[in-house]
Every structure is written in structure tokens, then in C-alpha cells.
Design a protein around this ligand. Structure first.
Ligand SMILES: [Zn+2]
Ligand SMILES: [Zn+2]
Length: 341
């Protein structure tokens, strides 16, 4: 399908054409082509200094012109959930099987799934200012939605994420998380599971459990620890101040956490966010949860965790070309800053 065809189809179908998954024929990685998400040319311009939208025109503020109460899927006091208006994964009940367009050369399949937005009520509250109680409410809401989305057997992987700040691709200022439920396993999780399975085959233990044990003994990269969670700078950090927050007991699935564990998870996450904000005010960052595909029940060799990726640097040609990332802050140094602040 040429760009011209895509434009024509978008006009015919009121600006929305369903997203599709396309597979890289060489690496096997999946890509989502979602033309409905970028319709105006200025959507392609780097959103560095977008004007702050007023509450009246904010699509996530209850009571604004664009917001309908009937859109709310779940409500938890200061946290509510709606469906994404431009989903990368859409709910239509079509077949999920792959097909092979262009005379059977490439592989494509409908991008079915679910894409929800988890919104914090207060329009002006930035992520690094959330109280521990609010963060816990946010994580618990995500967990409840996760369990609901998981019931859809067309969905293989659920990825909760949070974009904070313009450098992190937050297109709407209003604080919100998103939950992506996709019909394919995440490329990252796929790769990690391969490596973790190999490690398990050789050593008979979960590699993440071994990392936790090693880091707690080594101490130089540990930032914070509470009863159930460890926050540390990974040994081979790709970004300055990259941080992992990981459950200390072996747990492959995020959604099996208890309320108590979610409280501790929120405690560790906010601790790290407060410290990052203190030494790097107004920084942009992404956070995302990597967890077991929903096609599996439990797993001895995979272990869920949250990754915080501060957006302090951008990738240049070498990083893009080689995939070898140059990180200018050693993780031991990053942990030292975050420990003492
Ligand atoms: Zn708002
Ligand atoms: Zn483990």
C-alpha cells in the first residue's frame, strides 16, 4: 500500500484506518503501522515545547469539552481509565492469524488488542510529585485493568507504560499512564526470555534472581531497598541514570502482586523518582513494566520489573547504526548520586 493509498483510505474512513503489525523479515521483530495516530504534518515535528493546554480543552480533564463521563471504564477516586482514542491496538474481533501480502513475501497481521489510558485527576500534578499513596493507587488500577485485559485470548502481551515530559514523547501534558495489550509478544521480552531461558538451562536458576542476589552483595549499584523491592542501576545501563525496580522474590507476572506488594512497589518507585527530580529537576523520562506474556501461566526463568529510562541524551548515528549505546554516566556513579540524595 503506497502513501497515496493510505491517505485516500484515511479520508474514506473518517480519518481512521486500523493499525497492522508487520514483521521484519530479517530479525523477526514486529512493528505496528498505525496511520491513524499521526494525521497532521505537525505531529511529526519534535514536540519539544508544546503549549500547555488549558483544563477546558484538555481531553483528559473531567468536565472539559472533549471529555465524556461515559468513556470512563473504571474509576478509583483520583485515578480513572478511558480507552485511547487513537489505539495502536484495536478491539475489533477480527481474525488474528498472519497473512502474507505482496505475493506471499512479507508477513502481516491485524493489530488487535487493547489500548487504555490511566489518568490522574489533577491536571497539574507531575509524576515526580505524586504521593506514595497516589502512585500505589495508580499501580493498583493498572493491575486491575491488566487482569481484565488479560481475559481477552487475542492478547499475548500487556505493557503498562508512563511517559513524563516532552523529551519522553508525552503528547498531552495531563498526567497519565497507558496500558498496551498486543496480539504479539513484545520484541524486548522475547529477547530477554530467550537469554533467560538459556541461563536457566545452564545454571538452573532465574538470572534475575541471581542479579538481585549479586547486586545486594556487591552494593555499589544499589539505590534503595524495602521489604519486597530492590532499586538499582543495571551493570550494563544503556542510559544515564537507568534504574530497575524489581521484586526481590521470584515473580514472573506483575499481575499476581498483592496489595501490600503494590504499596511497596510504589514506595520504591516514588523514592527513585523523588531523588531523580532532586538532582535533575524537570527531567523527562519513560517508565515501563516488562512482564511475562499472558499466553504463559507462570515461569521459572522470567522475572517482571519496572525500568525507568531518563531521557537526558538522544541517540546519534553510531547508536542507531550499530545498536551499541554509549552511556556517559557509569551506573556506579549514577547509583552514588541517587543513594546520597
Ligand atoms: Zn487535564
Ligand atoms: Zn527470578
Amino acid at each position: 500500500m503506497s502513501l497515496l493509498d493510505i491517505n485516500k483510505r484515511m479520508e474514506n474512513e473518517g480519518g481512521f484506518i486500523p493499525p497492522v503489525l508487520r514483521q521484519n523479515i530479517v530479525t523477526g521483530d514486529w512493528i505496528v503501522i498505525a496511520p491513524g495516530r499521526s494525521r497532521r504534518p505537525d505531529d511529526f515535528i519534535h514536540p519539544k515545547s508544546k503549549p500547555v493546554k488549558s483544563k477546558e480543552e484538555c481531553p483528559f480533564c473531567v468536565g472539559s469539552a472533549g471529555f465524556k463521563n461515559s468513556d470512563i471504564l473504571s474509576n478509583h477516586g483520583d485515578v480513572y481509565v478511558i480507552e485511547n482514542k487513537f489505539p495502536a491496538f484495536y478491539q475489533k474481533k477480527t481474525a488474528t492469524r498472519s497473512y502474507y501480502p505482496e505475493e506471499g513475501f512479507y508477513c502481516e497481521r491485524p493489530s488487535v488488542g487493547q489500548h487504555e489510558v490511566v489518568i490522574i485527576k489533577d491536571h497539574n500534578l507531575g509524576l515526580t510529585k505524586f504521593s506514595k499513596a497516589l502512585t500505589s493507587e495508580l499501580f493498583w488500577t493498572i493491575l486491575e485493568r491488566y487482569q481484565k485485559i488479560k481475559q481477552d485470548d487475542q492478547i499475548f502481551q500487556i505493557t503498562p507504560i508512563y511517559n513524563h515530559g516532552p523529551e519522553a514523547g508525552a503528547s498531552i501534558d495531563h498526567p497519565h499512564a497507558q496500558i498496551f495489550g498486543s496480539g504479539v509478544v513484545a520484541n524486548t521480552v522475547n529477547r530477554e526470555m530467550d537469554g533467560a531461558e538459556r541461563y536457566f538451562g545452564i545454571n538452573g536458576v532465574c538470572v534475575y534472581c541471581d542479579i538481585i542476589k549479586h547486586e545486594r552483595k556487591e552494593k555499589s549499584r544499589v539505590i534503595f531497598e524495602n521489604e519486597y523491592f530492590l532499586a538499582f542501576s543495571p551493570y550494563a545501563s544503556r542510559y544515564p541514570f537507568e534504574t530497575w525496580i524489581i521484586p526481590k522474590r521470584h515473580q514472573s507476572q506483575f499481575e499476581t502482586s498483592s496489595r501490600n506488594e503494590i504499596d511497596e512497589f510504589a514506595d520504591a518507585t516514588t523514592e527513585v523518582l523523588y531523588r531523580l527530580e532532586k538532582i535533575l529537576p524537570d527531567l523527562s523520562l519513560n517508565m515501563y513494566i516488562r512482564t511475562l506474556p499472558t499466553t504463559m501461566n507462570d515461569c521459572d526463568y522470567y522475572h517482571w520489573y519496572l525500568e525507568i529510562a531518563p531521557r537526558l541524551t538522544t541517540f546519534g548515528g553510531f547508536e542507531m547504526g550499530s545498536g551499541l549505546i554509549i552511556n556517559i554516566v557509569p551506573p556506579e556513579k549514577a547509583a552514588e548520586y541517587l543513594k546520597s540524595n
